[in-house]
Design a binder for this molecule. Structure first.
Ligand code: FES
Length: 81
């Protein structure tokens, strides 16, 4: 199974306005934490999610969260990846 690139070992803490977003799962996007299409040719696809009102979010940047696109603290367990 292909592994995603670890972008950072901490979440991206950002405030998003209402709308639909496409979180980068592969870790290759130049527009982190969002998809820029760089996953083409990999087994990864972006995770789409919708925000209904302006919200501060913690988006996963290690790409190993089990609660994608949100951080679940998994980056603290990544020493061997
Ligand atoms: Fe990473 Fe699209 S660029 S999922």
């Amino acid at each position: 199974m292909e592994k995603p690139n670890i972008v950072e070992r901490k979440p991206a803490i950002i405030t998003l306005e209402a709308g639909t977003y496409h979180w980068c799962h592969c870790g290759r996007s130049a527009t982190q934490p969002f998809c820029d299409g760089s996953h083409h040719g990999t087994e990864f696809v972006p995770k789409s999610f919708t925000i209904s009102e302006t919200t501060k979010v913690f988006l996963c940047m290690c790409k190993y969260s089990k609660n994608r696109p949100f951080c679940d603290g998994e980056h603290k367990e990544l020493e061997d990846k």
